[in-house]
Design a protein. Structure first.
Length: 328
């Protein structure tokens, strides 16, 4: 076991979107060919989503994850060989096994790091980040790569207009290093499996057959209510545990599910909307990838600066949720 340092510090980030940009109008026109009616107006009004990026057939989660990881490593000035922990948060892995993390490891040319996937749907990135933080604080890792990556389009029922307009594909990654200074200050994770049915893709592969329903199904209104409630509670709790105030938070970076959820949450928390990083309009909901994508966008456009305090919040199927308070 290595000497434990007290903090996991973010030293780099990167992200990657597949090249195929699909506007609401283009999606509506495509759905219309199958007599499914939707419109840019409905989608923007109910969700704030204007477009999404979709992976072409054959572009797997590991490919998106690897590109985001390369960009994060370059940003951090870290070689892949320095990594001793690789975590990929995804609900759309390339295979049943090996894990997507092992595929990314091979693509990057790293040998020997621990590599595994975390499955907590849209909370996956905060679950992965908290896991990496725990490894680093315990002295079991010194340099970790945490990725959120999804090809969510592959599990959508493109005949269900209530869900297929909401999601997109993409990947985001961060590099964490053991450090004397913060770093991740506080984190908390939660789940309530009794609410599994409000958001699920309840299929599986067994004996060479797909059984159950492999597509995402959602009770949109139940998810909306639950998301706002748990994010509000968790934000207050994690900030209090850190001995800080919500007014100390420079950037709120919630899972990018829906602009209405983000706006509602910010209002409840009395965080000005200018302090909320919003990418759902451009990326749609990319599940585990949405938080690192948003974080990377706001770091690269210069909004998030060293020393700023960011509150990252995930919520999604399971039902799962969690928060990470991060000093940049
Ligand atoms: C999904 C969501 C946008 C739906 O909005 P809503 O206001 O609850 O809408 P409803 O489901 O009540 O549907 C209202 C009407 O719009 C219709 N509708 C649904 N999807 C539509 C679409 N893409 N285009 C046009 N009309 C649509 C419904 O059929 C319904 O029609 P009806 O009144 O004739 O029955 C909203 O519930 C939501 O954002 N939920 C949270 C989802 C989420 O973020 N999930 C991921 C969390 S990780």
């Amino acid at each position: 076991m290595t000497q434990a340092l007290p903090y996991a510090r973010l030293v780099g980030s990167g992200s990657f979107l597949p090249p195929r940009l699909v506007s609401n109008d283009a999606l509506a026109a495509d759905l219309a060919t199958r007599q499914i009616e939707t419109s840019d107006e409905w989608i923007v009004e109910r969700t704030g989503i204007r477009q999404r990026y979709l992976a072409d057939k054959g572009m797997a989660t590991s490919a998106l994850a690897t590109e985001a990881a390369r960009r994060a490593l370059a940003d951090a000035g870290v070689e892949a060989s320095e990594l001793d922990l690789i975590i990929v948060a995804t609900s759309t892995p390339d295979f049943v096994f090996p894990s997507t993390a092992c595929l990314v490891q091979a693509n990057l040319g790293n040998k020997g790091a621990a590599a595994f996937d975390v499955q907590a749907v849209c909370s996956g990135f905060v679950y992965g980040l908290t896991t990496a933080d725990s490894f680093i604080r315990a002295g079991r890792a010194k340099c970790a790569l945490v990725i959120g990556a999804e090809v969510f389009s592959s599990i959508l029922d493109w005949n269900d207009r209530a869900t297929c307009v909401l999601f997109g594909d993409g990947a985001g990654a961060v590099v964490l290093k053991a450090s004397e200074s913060p770093g991740i200050i506080e984190a908390e994770l939660h789940a309530d499996g009794s609410q599994m049915n409000i958001l699920c893709a309840a299929g599986n592969v067994a004996f060479g057959q797909v059984t159950g329903d492999p597509f995402l199904r959602m009770d949109g209104q139940a998810v909306f209510k639950q998301a706002v409630t748990v994010l509000d509670r968790s934000a207050r709790s994690v900030v209090e545990k850190a001995g800080l105030q919500l007014s100390d938070v420079d950037w709120l970076i919630p899972h990018q599910a829906n602009l209405r959820i983000l706006t509602f949450l910010a209002r409840k928390l009395e965080i000005p909307t200018e302090k909320v990083v919003v990418t759902v309009d451009r990326h749609a909901n990319t599940s585990a990838a949405s938080i690192p994508l948003a974080l990377d966008v706001a770091r690269r456009d210069g909004r998030i600066k060293p020393g700023h305090l960011a509150l990252l919040q995930g919520v999604g199927g399971g039902f799962t949720w969690g928060s990470v308070l991060l000093r940049l």
